[in-house]
Design a protein around this ligand. Structure first.
Ligand code: C2E
Ligand code: CA
Ligand code: CA
Length: 560
């Protein structure tokens, strides 16, 4: 950071823009002792000089009247480029009319002097304008990120918005970069190494991106760049050949929002570019992604879903479907999984794949899951009262449900309210959620189990933590992910399924294989000694009434 002494002692560069050759020469000579002087004979040449030397120029001395690109036009064009915006200008004119002066100040000039100059007065004015600007930029150091020298987040957003507002007809792109697994790398390699890596990438990108206007650091490992729109191959620019090994273990991914919408806040532009990165997160080899119409539609859809979710819950638009689990030992229906369906008058049929991940992000999932618990309890109570067959029903729990204090007590109270035997309720939890906060999940599961609820580990084999979770969690059932039966059928190799079955046997867990669709799959699973099968081969998820009818035929239980 420049200190007071540096400010007064360092020789600054001044750009003199003046069409009259003699005047210009005299002025340059007068200033040569105190400043490095650049000259321009009209506004156009002056702007070119700014473009080339914007980082060095401390002040512009600008003639008002020139035949080609006059002082007004110069100011107007200078103002549109954020790189030049902070460079102060002193206007020079022979005819000092109040109108001219006001107009120039409106266009961002800092001061005004009249020809012929009083040299002392002029030099003092120059010094004080430079000083003022430099000390205010010292105060405004927050404008830049101290690690990378890029703009700070707020300043980037602010500057980008100003630029877009001032240039409504220009086309711009926003590029964001993100480091894959940055947190883990930070833990592993330490802050110093990660910092120097971040600096290197900021520098690299600043050099490499054509038409770059400025960049900002908008997150610990997220940079954003604003640039003039272009159609060139981005992959070649951002990830040239050999780039994979450029940063060693660090993999950088890029999201691009091309030809941005000027009406959006800058934060939203960056959100869109980073959303594009999400599309290729964990996708090996994919490094560059664009925000496209499909993503925009998805965002709109998500917004609609969020706007409608509370009313939907209040008005009973969420409905529970039941998918039978077939018991291979008795050849009857041995249970069911409760799966939510949303039938919305506004949005039509919305599949859980669309709203569950969103509700998991915004927290609404817990409200929905409690609603499902209650609906299932009501349904079981109804079947008991009507003397219909009854089987255990499993309900999907989400990561956030486990944040509810005394979850086990809450669910037990709900079951008791409807007189439902706890062994008729199973909780399905997916193994990926276990990695977040294992201690708390272990405790809650044990409490649920102690309360008589059965626990099923869902989607087994789809993630990484399976074996650990099997060891530490209180479980009753292993639900084998449907990708495993698919893969076995496709390759004819059932060894992984056989391994799951052996493992479950050893741990005294029952097995459910999901996504079973054909008679051949059923036969193969029977040979492997699997306990239950869930899948379209037996039945799709059914509305409660249809499931009751299905049970009267397939449960092996007599209706009373
Ligand atoms: P999941 O728990 O793994 O549920 C199994 C999914 O596989 C269900 O999709 C089911 O309809 C589908 N399925 C069942 N058999 C077959 C088959 O033979 N072939 C094929 N292709 N698919 C089959 P669904 O109902 O769309 O649910 C998707 C996911 O949404 C569920 O995956 C679960 O994670 C979540 N979900 C559903 N209902 C709830 C809920 O009430 N609460 C929570 N937290 N999550 C839920
Ligand atoms: Ca499930
Ligand atoms: Ca599953």
């Amino acid at each position: 950071m420049a200190n007071e002494k540096e400010i007064t002692q360092r020789k600054r560069t001044v750009l003199v823009v003046e069409d009259n050759d003699m005047n210009r020469e005299i002025l340059c000579e007068l200033l040569a002792d105190d400043y490095d002087v650049l000259e321009a004979e009209n506004g156009n040449v002056g702007l070119e000089a700014l473009d080339k030397h914007s980082g060095e120029i401390a002040l512009v001395m600008l003639d008002v009247y020139m035949p080609e690109c006059d002082g007004f036009e110069f100011l107007e064009r200078k103002r549109k480029d954020p790189r030049f915006d902070t460079i102060p200008v002193i206007m020079m004119t022979a005819s000092n009319t109040a109108d001219d002066e006001i107009h120039c100040l409106e266009l961002g000039a800092s001061d005004f002097i009249t020809k012929p100059y009083n040299v002392e007065i002029m030099k003092n004015r120059m010094k004080s304008v430079i000083r003022l600007r430099e000390s205010s930029s010292m105060l405004g150091r927050l404008e830049s990120d101290s690690l990378t020298g890029l703009y700070s987040k707020e300043f980037f957003y602010h500057t980008a918005e100003e630029l877009l507002r001032a240039n409504p007809d220009e086309h711009y792109d926003v590029v964001c970069s993100d480091v894959e697994n940055f947190r883990a790398l930070n833990d592993r390699y330490g802050t110093a190494q990660c910092d120097s890596f971040l600096r290197a990438i900021a520098e690299d990108l600043t050099e490499r991106i054509p038409g770059l206007l400025f960049g900002g650091r908008i997150g610990a490992d997220v940079f954003a760049f604003l640039l003039r729109h272009h159609e060139d191959s981005w992959a070649g620019i951002l990830t040239p050949e050999g780039d994979e090994t450029r940063y060693g273990k660090f993999v950088v991914k890029y999201g691009i929002f091309a030809d941005v919408d000027h009406a959006l806040p800058a934060a939203a532009l960056c959100d869109r570019a980073t959303l594009a990165i999400k599309k290729i997160k964990k996708k090996f080899g994919a490094r560059v992604a664009f925000y496209d119409d499909e993503m925009r539609d998805m965002q709109l859809r998500e917004r609609q879903i969020e706007e409608n979710m509370e009313t939907a819950l209040a008005e009973g638009q969420f409905v529970v479907y039941y998918q039978p689990k077939h018991d291979l030992h008795t050849d009857t229906t041995g249970g069911a999984e409760a799966l939510v369906r949303w039938i919305s008058p506004e949005l039509g049929f919305v599949s859980p794949g669309q709203f569950i991940p969103l509700f998991e992000r915004n927290g609404f999932i817990t409200n929905l899951d409690f609603f499902i618990w209650e609906e299932v309890c009501k349904e079981i109570q109804h079947c008991v009262w009507e003397g219909l067959p009854v089987v255990p029903v499993s309900i999907n729990a989400s990561r956030m449900d486990f944040e509810v204090p005394n979850l086990a007590g809450e669910i037990a109270a709900l079951a008791d309210k409807y007189g439902v035997d706890h062994s008729l309720l199973h909780v399905e939890l997916t193994e990926s959620m276990y990695t977040d906060n294992p201690g708390q999940i272990e405790r809650t599961l044990k409490e649920l189990h102690d309360n008589g609820f059965h626990i099923e580990l869902d989607d087994f084999g789809s993630g990484y933590s399976s074996l650990t979770s099997l060891n530490t969690l209180t479980l009753d059932v292993m639900k084998v992910d449907m990708s495993l039966i698919r893969q076995a059928s496709a390759t004819g190799d059932f060894s992984i399924l056989r391994f799951c079955s052996l493992l479950a046997d050893n741990l005294r867990l029952k097995t459910v294989v999901e996504g079973v669709e054909t008679a051949e799959q059923v036969a193969a699973l029977k040979v492997l000694g699997c306990d239950y099968i869930q899948g379209y081969y037996f039945s799709k998820p059914l509305p409660a009434k249809e499931f009751e009818e299905y049970l009267t035929v397939h449960s092996g239980q007599e209706s009373a």
